[in-house]
Structure formats: structure tokens, C-alpha cells
Design a protein around this ligand. Structure first.
Ligand SMILES: [Zn+2]
Length: 130
């Protein structure tokens, strides 16, 4: 397995959003606004979870994983399967992973967690100083 670094858990913000809905301070349409692209990513590349949607409670949320990093080039901002991350963590020095939970039923979406992956080694340079 890889080692996750600099983990940021967005659970607190997520619970606050859910609480705002349940207490009537926010409407579900304010948080159930998943972009069509995100919904499609959830359907095709997302990974099912055992967690029920906190808003509609009708179906389980799906995790969609995005990767960002200077080294990734054109892969930056792409959706990846977690099996891809294992390979990427060996290939790149450092990149950040964002996991978004999405309900394909009502459109609820919220950042769940983000963390850094990678070898942690300086990138190999082509013999040039600096
Ligand atoms: Zn839902």
C-alpha cells in the first residue's frame, strides 16, 4: 500500500452542510447541484460505497477521485480509479488526490477527503543543475 500524507478530512464541513439542510437553513437544491460531468464521472468511473446519501437517504453515495499536480501534465484534473493511484504513487514525486462523494439519485456532492501521494523523492532531472 501507499502512504497518504497531508490528509485533509472535510467531514466537519460536510456535517455542517447536512445540518443546515436538516435544520432548514439551506435547501437541498443548494447542495444537490452535481455538475453533469461529475454525475457522469460517478456513473462511469466512480466507486460505490456503503454509505447512504445523507440528503435523500435513498441510495449510496459514489466516490469520485480527482488528481492534481504539476508533474501530472495532462492527467491533472482527471478522474482516476483508486487502482490507478497505486501506480501513480510509484511514478510521481507528489500529487494531490481529492475524493468527492456524489449521490447519483439527488445530486448531492461534497468533498470528502484530500491527501498527497507520491514517492516523495525529488523528480529526476536531465543532468541540468538546479
Ligand atoms: Zn441523494
Amino acid at each position: 500500500m501507499w502512504s497518504q500524507r497531508a490528509v485533509v478530512d472535510y467531514g466537519l464541513a460536510k456535517r455542517a452542510a447536512i445540518q443546515s439542510i436538516r435544520s432548514g437553513h439551506m435547501e437541498s437544491r443548494d447542495v444537490c447541484d452535481a455538475h453533469p460531468y461529475l454525475l457522469r464521472a460517478a456513473r462511469t468511473l466512480g466507486e460505490p460505497t456503503d454509505y447512504g446519501c445523507p440528503i435523500c437517504e435513498r441510495q449510496n453515495v459514489t466516490h469520485v477521485t480527482y488528481v492534481y499536480g504539476d508533474e501530472l501534465g495532462r492527467s491533472a484534473g482527471r478522474v482516476k480509479a483508486s487502482s490507478d493511484l497505486v501506480e501513480m504513487a510509484r511514478e510521481y514525486e507528489e500529487f494531490r488526490v481529492y475524493v468527492v462523494e456524489v449521490c447519483q439519485g439527488c445530486g448531492w456532492n461534497h468533498l470528502a477527503v484530500s491527501f498527497l501521494l507520491g514517492t516523495g523523492d525529488p523528480p529526476a532531472r536531465g543532468g541540468l543543475p538546479g
